[in-house]
Each structure stands twice: as C-alpha cells, then as structure tokens.
Design a protein around this ligand. Structure first.
Ligand code: SF4
Ligand code: SF4
Ligand code: SF4
Length: 688
C-alpha cells in the first residue's frame, strides 16, 4: 500500500527518434535519473508521445503505483497536454506531471558540445524531478459552456462565421465598430481573382446576416472588457456611450486588417496621388478618367510584402487598361510573389501594362508630372508620365488589434497580426479555449481565404459549444488561510480584481481569491509579505527546488546562470531557437514562469546565495504582457533589486532583464551569448 505522502516518480527519457539521443547521452540520463530521490522507475523511450510510448507510461503508472511522472523530451508548450491527458486516463491527476525540455534546450542548441549538453540535460532532469515531488494534485473545475457566440468584426470573415454559427443553431452577437457591415470588401470594386462585383457579393451576405433571427448585430460597438471563466465569457461592449454585458461561451475574432496609411512624407494628396482603396472606390463609381496611371506597389519593407495587395494592384492595372485601352499603365514593384496569378500577369502584359521592377533601396520618386525610377528589367532610368499615381500599400493590423489581443490573451506576431492558435510558436493551449481567430486578423487574406477561415472558425466554435461542459484546472492562486495575516496588500496587486478581503472569526480579515477571475499571473504571490498565497505549478517551494537542483550539483570552477523565462516570451523564444537549431553557450539553466509578474526578488537572492553566478529574466516586450503589466512590475522589481545588490557590494550586472518576443529566436541567442560573456568576464560570484 502506498501512502499519499510517499513520492513515487517515474522518469521517461525520450530519444525523439535520434533527435535527442544523437547529442545527449540518454543512457547516462536514464541511470542518473534512477538514482534521484523518489524515483521508482527511469526508462528510455524511442518516441514517448507515440501510442506505444504513452501506453508504456500508463502501464508503468499502474505497475509501480506512480504518483508523479516526469518526461524528458521536447517542449511542454506543445506536448504537456497530451501527456497530462494520458495520465488522467490512467487515474493520475494530470497536474502531477512535469515535462523537461532536453530537446529544444540541450540537443538542438549544443550540437557540438555533447558533454555539456548531457550535463545540462542531467540538471534539467534533476530540476524536473525535484519540482515534481512538490506538485500537488489540482482540483478540477467544471464549467458549463454558455451556448452563444460573439463574433467581433463584420467584414467578410465575420459575416461568414456569424451566418455559419447561426445556421448551426447557436445564437450569435455580432459586434462591429463601424456604422455598417461589410468591412474592406464593401469598399472594393471587384473581387480578385473572380472579378465579380464586390458590392453585390457583400450586400448579399449582409442581408443574410441582418435577416437571420439568430444573429443580433451591434454596430458602432466596441469591446471594452472581457471577464469570466473560459466557456462563460462576460464581454462588456460599449455602443453609443452605453455599456452592456454579453454572456457567451465562444468568441470569434474577425477584425480584419487595414490599408497602411500613407506616410506624412509621401506625395499622397488624395487627388493625383491616391491609395489603392481609393482607386477601388473611384473605379466602382466610374470616376477614373486618367490616361497615364502609375501603380506603385510599396516595397519599402520586405516583411510587409503582402500577396493580397500585389494581386489587387495587378487586378486594378488590368481594370484601368480594360476601361481605357488607350491609357498608359505602369506597374512598379520591388517584389512580386512567384505565386501571383500567371493568367493575370499574362493578361496585363497583353493589354500593354508596363512592368517596372525597382530596387527597394531606390524607390520610385514622384515629381511634378513624372515618376522617376530605375527599371531593373530594362536596366535604365525611366521617367513615367502620370496624371494618376496609385500607392498600393500593405495591409497592416487594425489599430485596436493589440488591445483586443491582450483582452483575449491571443498572441500576436512581430507585425501585430494575431497568431494561428496552432502554430508551433503558440500551440492551442496558449490561446484561451473557446477563442478563435479568422480572416485578415491573422494575415492579409483574399476574400476566398477569408470566407474559408470564417467557415472554419464557425465549425470550431460550434464543436466547442457542443461539448456543453468543460473541465479546467482549479484556481491558479490560492490563499493559505493559516498564513494570511489580513494585511490586504494583495488586493491592490491583482490586475484582474480577483482578490477581496472577507471577514473571518477573530481580529483579522482574510484574503479571498475569486477563482473565476484569477488568471494566474502570480503577482499576488510575490507581494504577499506572509507568503500566504501559493500558485501551482510555480510555488516558492517548487521554484526553489529547481534552483537548488541546479546549484547543488554545480561543479567547482564552472559558472552557472539561471534563466527565469516567461513562457509567453523568453521561454517561447528559446523553443524557437531550439527548433531552428541556433547554437548558444550551455551555461544557463532555464526555469519556466507563467508570467514575469511571478519574478520574485527573494528567488534571485536565494539563487545567488546558493551559488548562481548570474540570473537572466526574460519578459514580454513592453505593452505586450498578457496579464496587464506583469512585465513592468518585473522591471521595477529587477531595478529595485539591482540597486540593493549594488549597495551590498554585489555586482548588479549579474542580474539582467531582457524583453523578448516569442518569435525572436535570434535575439534570444544573442542575449544568452552576451549575458554568458558578461558572466565569464565577471567570473564566479563567489558565494556559497
Ligand atoms: S516530440 Fe517530444 S515527446 Fe514526442 S518523441 Fe519527440 S521529444 Fe519525445
Ligand atoms: S495570480 Fe494574478 S490574477 Fe490571480 S489573484 Fe493573483 S494577482 Fe490576481
Ligand atoms: S497579502 Fe498575503 S497576508 Fe496580506 S491579505 Fe493578502 S494573502 Fe493575506
């Protein structure tokens, strides 16, 4: 009979085919893991996440009465949920699982340093086993999914999604901030590549939405706030100065994109120099009289190249030429997507559209009556006379995309577009359940793709609602009543107003956390003077156990730093560095934090006292924290601690905070290299 308090851990070392085994000595890992406290079984697996691998783990759980499982394999960001589900099937609480990332953090990034990669992997396994021993089973909370969907954005993608959900039988609230529905398509002349009338196409869909009894349309309305647990979102929407609350189980974000506004320094005047969207409107109204048209596809920034803008520009050159065959139309571009419709390119050439390729470092110059440009195709400087210049500017995210992303905790890419929930950077578990994104909110998409994405988001939302109930893990942060001294410090610290004080018998009040509001940022655990708030799986004891596990085995003469990495930024960037095989020095051991708000100066002091030579904190870019300013709180704490360290005669350069974006693997590698060089230069901190 196994007592509840006895820790029985199984460690499964994954070869990942040969991805891990080719670099890390997995046999040594297996032998060392077997010797760690509480470990009853340590075993190698070729592919732990395969059916056979999962079956072996489940069998070991019952054969050895395991109550903790550690898998040393790839990143928890992609595989943690799979293993947790498997463990739950074998009767173990899924929260008693820890994943150790030896693939992205060792095998992929220290290819030429096999001994160091193995030593680092050993440390990571020690850290995982030490933390696992302290994991507490989390209570599961069942939430009923509210059978309604909120669609944000009334463009083609949002209209498609709303109609599709409503036809699937679920009520829809459609929120659009503009006066009318239709989005950008309503401002187009014809659609590419079908050539059909944009007006007829969109009006038919608008009508269908407005006439559907299951769809409530709110125009001139914006989302102000989002609350409530997953599956039962309460969304505050402001319309005409009044705020109402919508209760929905799922949310589809379909806010689209917008045409980049011409820079103040450009020659745009809205008359002779106009944007592509303005040309579309002029074509629709039959106002294009120009005989000499120069279309300039913006090539200022390679990253902003959008095939959709290029295709629309080409389509419009053809339309102008068709309307007036005698006109002279030039199409200037720095890049053209190889996939751009061959038929359209052929037709444009046959109609006499002149193609002019320019060097992005020498963009076309608009002077009085001509556009001056060096044509790389003809290798000559040309002067293109014009009575109309059209600037085909890229599509960029909507102005409010970033604030919406923060409200719904949806990650964005480096341009500000919402990331696909299932990209490698951001696996589905990182976007709150029941939140879906479609259309150009992801990346500039043409009408066909936007429609397809609208259908897809609707299908996902309907499937989600059909589950009826969802089970999620219990409240992230919890007050230990016997420790709380009722000071109230935590109340103000919570960015989600999840904490209040309640009466308790005796003289002191007691802090109470509303589990439906707590998002698990960890800020309250740091500020509480009595350390009375714990938050799994980032409790003080668990984090200290990880630090101890690294430093207790630090060999004499070696330098060791600790990387405390927010999983939304630094940890994700480290994953990507691994996936891309970028190499960096092996001295740092990474500890995952849910948010940099969990950064606790005591942890750093503890790490230094136990022999760490440096601590690097990785947080989201300013303004990008998913927990409302957790990164800014972390910055203030780092600054305060650096000051304190300096006053104590300890070199503050040993503590460093860096901002990361999740997709900035290059920066991650550079920062780790620079920080390692700095610590090498400073030498051992000399405390232990
Ligand atoms: S993907 Fe992850 S769990 Fe699956 S075999 Fe590779 S390392 Fe192991
Ligand atoms: S963990 Fe964050 S969200 Fe939860 S109660 Fe504490 S401060 Fe609030
Ligand atoms: S800060 Fe800590 S001790 Fe003070 S009320 Fe909150 S939980 Fe209790």
């Amino acid at each position: 009979m196994v007592s509840d308090s006895e820790v029985r851990t199984g460690v499964f070392i994954c070869d990942c085919g040969k991805k891990i085994a080719d670099v890390v000595d997995v046999e040594e890992l297996e032998q060392e893991a077997a010797r760690l406290p509480g470990v009853c079984v340590a075993r190698r697996e070729t592919y732990s996440c395969s059916k056979a691998g999962l079956r072996d783990i489940k069998e070991a759980v019952s054969e050895h009465s395991l109550n903790r499982v550690v898998v040393a394999g790839c990143t928890p960001r992609t595989h943690e949920r799979l293993f947790r589900t498997a463990l739950e099937e074998s009767g173990l609480n899924g929260s008693q699982f820890e994943m150790v990332n030896v693939r992205e953090q060792c095998a992929c990034v220290h290819v030429e340093e096999k001994a160091s990669a193995t030593r680092k992997a050993l440390d990571l396994v020690r850290m995982g086993v030490a933390k696992a021993a302290l994991l507490q089973p989390q209570e599961r909370v069942e939430v009923e999914v509210t059978p309604a969907v909120l669609v944000i954005g009334g463009g083609i993608s949002g209209l498609t999604a709303a109609l599709s959900v409503a036809r699937g039988g679920s009520p829809v609230k459609l929120v659009e901030r503009e006066e009318g529905l239709g989005g950008q398509v309503a401002r187009l002349h014809t659609l590419y590549p079908t050539g059909e009338s944009a007006k007829e196409f969109i009006e038919e869909r608008i009508r269908a939405v407005e006439e559907h009894a299951g769809i409530e349309v709110l125009t001139r309305a914006v989302v102000r706030d989002v609350d409530g647990p997953v599956g039962d979102y309460r969304v505050a929407v402001e319309q005409d100065g009044r705020t109402s609350q919508l209760n929905v189980g799922a949310v589809i974000v379909a806010v689209g994109a917008q045409e980049l506004r011409p820079a103040d320094t450009s020659d745009y005047d809205g008359l002779r120099v106009i944007t592509q969207l303005e040309l579309e409107q002029a074509l629709e109204e039959g106002r294009v009289q120009a005989c000499q048209v120069v279309m300039i596809l913006d090539g200022a920034d390679e990253a902003n190249y959008s095939p959709v803008s290029a295709a629309a520009a080409l389509k419009n050159c053809i339309l102008v030429k068709r309307a007036n065959p005698a006109s002279e139309v030039s199409f200037c571009f720095a890049d053209l997507d190889a996939g751009l419709g061959r038929t359209e390119v052929k037709e444009a050439r046959e109609l006499g559209v002149r193609f002019v390729k320019y060097d992005r470092r020498q963009p076309p110059r608009i002077t009085g009556g001509v556009v001056e440009v060096f044509d790389q195709l003809q290798t000559e400087q040309v002067s293109l006379p014009h009575d109309l210049v059209v600037l085909a500017l890229p599509q960029v995210p909507q102005d409010d995309a970033e604030s919406l992303a923060r409200k719904f905790r949806i990650p964005v890419d480096d341009r500000g577009f919402f990331l696909e929930p299932n990209t490698r950077l951001r696996p589905g578990t990182y976007v709150p359940e029941g939140v879906f994104v479609c259309g150009s909110a992801h990346y500039p998409s043409d009408v066909q793709e936007s429609v397809f994405q609208g259908y897809r988001a609707a299908a996902r939302a309907l499937r989600y609602l059909s589950e009826g109930r969802i089970v999620s893990e219990g409240p992230p942060a919890r007050v230990v009543e016997t420790l709380c001294i009722g000071c109230g410090t935590c109340v103000e610290s919570c960015p989600f107003q999840a904490i209040s004080m309640v009466d308790r018998d005796g003289a002191l009040n007691l802090s109470s956390i509303d589990e439906s509001l707590c998002k698990g940022c960890g800020n309250c655990t740091v500020v509480c003077p009595a350390k009375a708030i714990v938050m799994e799986p980032y409790t003080d004891r668990q984090l200290i156990a990880q630090i101890e596990a690294v430093l207790a085995e630090k060999p004499d003469g070696e330098l060791r730093s600790i990387g405390l990495m927010c999983e939304w930024s630094g940890y994700a960037a480290a994953d990507l560095a691994g996936a891309e095989g970028r190499q960096y020095p092996p001295q740092m051991r990474i500890i995952r934090l849910g948010c940099s708000a969990r950064f606790d100066p005591y942890l750093v002091l503890w790490a230094f006292l136990r022999g760490a030579d440096g601590v690097l904190l990785g947080a989201c870019d300013p303004g990008m924290c998913h927990y409302v300013g957790g990164n800014e709180r972390a910055e203030a704490r780092v600054e305060g601690l650096r000051k304190m360290l300096k006053e104590a005669g300890f070199d503050p350069r040993r503590l460093h905070l860096e901002w990361f974006r999740p997709d900035d693997a290059e920066k991650f590698v550079e920062v780790v290299k620079e920080f390692t060089d700095e610590i090498d230069y400073l030498g051992s901190a000399g405390i232990r």
